[in-house]
Ligand binder design. Structure first.
Ligand SMILES: *[C@@H]1O[C@H](CO)[C@@H](O)[C@H](O)[C@H]1NC(C)=O
Ligand SMILES: *[C@@H]1O[C@H](CO)[C@@H](O)[C@H](O)[C@H]1NC(C)=O
Ligand SMILES: *[C@@H]1O[C@H](CO)[C@@H](O)[C@H](O)[C@H]1NC(C)=O
Ligand SMILES: *[C@@H]1O[C@H](CO)[C@@H](O)[C@H](O)[C@H]1NC(C)=O
Ligand SMILES: *[C@@H]1O[C@H](CO)[C@@H](O)[C@H](O)[C@H]1NC(C)=O
Length: 283
């Protein structure tokens, strides 16, 4: 119980009061909720709108390349929702991750109008405040504390991630992967993604913020992940993302864009390497 480190940077604008990050053995990477309301202030209309948002997101995410936004309700009961799956995840895993995220939100963010759920394969956010197209300076990073890389490799790795910061916003789905050959030390792999509601310049700023926040604290590790409100980055010494050359499945998968191909099964390894942990949480 010593080898994992979670670093959380959060200048919460409205998400102030609870965050969880208990177990990385599955896809769960953490969550933030606005405090839940009591029975007298939680209206049926809000609950109905939240249910409608969740249902609409779940029904549509796989038909829109793994990204969807929607709203339900009017005025003070209005709820805004966004779901996005990681760009390499199959439709099946996207659907599963989406369901899992909704379940976590309803457990942890009970009677809360604002929630963010970070899963390794998907990202869910809903709120009673409009947030589409806006990224925020809140983020966290996960890494294996003992898995330190050689300095020259780490600096090349960081440079690769810096390149991803500038190339990802130019990609059609603001999702990109990268590979680095470090000779005898093997290879390093990087991936970055912004939520697709962000403008390209905001996507770049969001990723830049992540790397600036965490490059010094986790950049010397062989593997790390950084999750923000609007974008995320992943880095490791094995190919943790699925192969883009893998043929698409029929059915649901055919709805997905070229960036979303069948999951190759490699990630199971990644999840296992993320099991034991201790946390450092800076608020
Ligand atoms: C709130 O409502 C639920 C469902 O009606 C009930 O089970 C719960 O006890 C209530 N909580 C409070 C604090 O009144
Ligand atoms: C769906 O996700 C859950 C939680 O991450 C996982 O335990 C389960 O194995 C997944 N199911 C499939 C079919 O991938
Ligand atoms: C969202 O809900 C919170 C809690 O009820 C409330 O304080 C806030 O004013 C609401 N924001 C908007 C934009 O309605
Ligand atoms: C992915 O592609 C690489 C390079 O072609 C290959 O070595 C590897 O076995 C593939 N992985 C899977 C899971 O198909
Ligand atoms: C962390 O890295 C060390 C060194 O490579 C490894 O022995 C250990 O199993 C890793 N721990 C986890 C939880 O991945």
């Amino acid at each position: 119980m010593e080898s994992f480190q979670l670093i959380l940077i959060a200048f919460f604008l409205f998400l102030c009061c609870s965050s969880y990050a208990d177990d990385y053995s599955d896809g769960d990477r953490g969550s933030m909720c606005m405090p839940g309301m009591d029975n007298s202030t939680w209206s049926n209309a809000v609950q109905t709108n939240l249910n409608n948002v969740v249902n609409t997101l779940e029904q549509n995410v796989n038909f829109h390349s793994g990204f969807y936004t929607t709203t339900a309700g009017e005025k003070s009961d209005k709820i805004y929702g966004l779901i996005q799956c990681r760009g390499d995840v199959s439709a099946l895993n996207c659907a599963n991750c989406t369901r899992e995220a909704f379940k976590l939100a309803s457990d942890r963010c009970y009677k809360s109008k604002s929630a963010i759920i970070w899963q390794n394969w998907c990202y869910l956010r809903y709120s009673n405040q409009s947030f589409f197209g806006v990224w925020e300076e809140s983020a966290m990073a996960v890494s294996n504390d003992t898995d330190v890389d050689e300095p020259f490799v780490a600096s090349k790795g960081l440079a690769m991630m810096g390149t991803l910061v500038s190339t990802t916003p130019k990609e059609p789905l603001t999702f990109a992967v990268s590979e680095l050959d470090v000779g005898r030390s093997g290879k390093r792999y990087g991936m970055a993604q912004c939520t697709r509601d962000l403008s390209r310049s905001d996507c770049g700023q969001c990723l830049d913020y992540l790397l600036a926040s965490f490059g010094m604290t986790v950049g010397h590790k062989k593997g790390w992940e950084a999750y923000g409100v609007g974008c995320s980055m992943w880095y490791n010494n094995y190919r943790f993302y699925s192969n883009f050359s893998t043929p698409k499945d029929a059915g649901l998968e055919s709805q997905l864009n070229a960036a979303q191909r069948q999951w190759a099964g490699r990630f199971a390894v990644g999840i296992i390497t993320l099991t034991t942990m201790s946390f450092l949480v800076f608020l």
